[in-house]
Design a protein around this ligand. Sequence first.
Ligand SMILES: Nc1ncnc2c1ncn2[C@@H]1O[C@H](COP(=O)(O)OP(=O)(O)OP(=O)(O)O)[C@@H](O)[C@H]1O
Length: 244
Amino acid sequence: MSAAVAMTVKGVRKSFGGLVAVNDVSFTLGAGEVLGIVGPNGAGKSTLFDLVSGVQPRDSGSVEVFGEAVSGLPAHRIARLGLARTFQKLRPLAGLSVTDNVMVGAYCQTRSKARARAIAAECVEAVGLTHKADDHADRLSTGQRKRLEVARALATGPRVLLLDEITAGVDPAGVPLLVELIKKLAGTDLSIVIIEHRMRVILDVSDRLLAMHLGAVIAEGNPTEVMRDPVVVERYLGRSYADR
Ligand SMILES: Nc1ncnc2c1ncn2[C@@H]1O[C@H](COP(=O)(O)OP(=O)(O)OP(=O)(O)O)[C@@H](O)[C@H]1O
């Protein structure tokens, strides 16, 4: 892993009325690194992704991608700077084919329909969905839809990829395929932040781990050490570790 920094998040904060969903969160993502984010439901993980990717405005704080400030930019401009994300709640364009869904992402990089189609074909292949390329998105299984989300994000040409619970709701038999996909992506030039509840998956894919609770970072560092941190065990793992 190189020492270059892919993304810097500083003092990011968001409240909804009286609830502070994300409270002064800071972290860096090294180039080529996979940073895992864990935390109980409601810890603020998805909101943090929203704030970083420009889906929601921040109350305060800054985000830089490869040294360029993304503060105040709308989501599509942030995507052009090389930041892409998937969403926990899947939202494929149901009436469109897999290829057409992925082309929507590709238009971030090009205005040419032919080029968008070529980019989409590459990304559909990268996630192992070529055999479904012409199928309507609403005919895919949950695991296949998750892979479609990843393909659509890849089609924007990212350097930093945020993956929000891509194994959630997926049949256990489909999880190894997604883990394989994450590892394949991690082996490219991409720098990745991944939110994940499945402990085996997060420990398998992450170079570093950040644990959140009530909007704040409560531990950060080596994945195994973070998962053994007494505060993390008490606030997160203690409750429901047994059934994960
Ligand atoms: N648009 C919103 N309006 C009001 N409250 C919100 C909104 N979005 C999130 N919240 C609240 O902010 C807190 C953080 O939510 P968030 O979805 O970021 O947590 P999370 O860690 O991603 O949880 P999960 O693991 O369940 O996805 C929660 O208490 C949630 O109810």
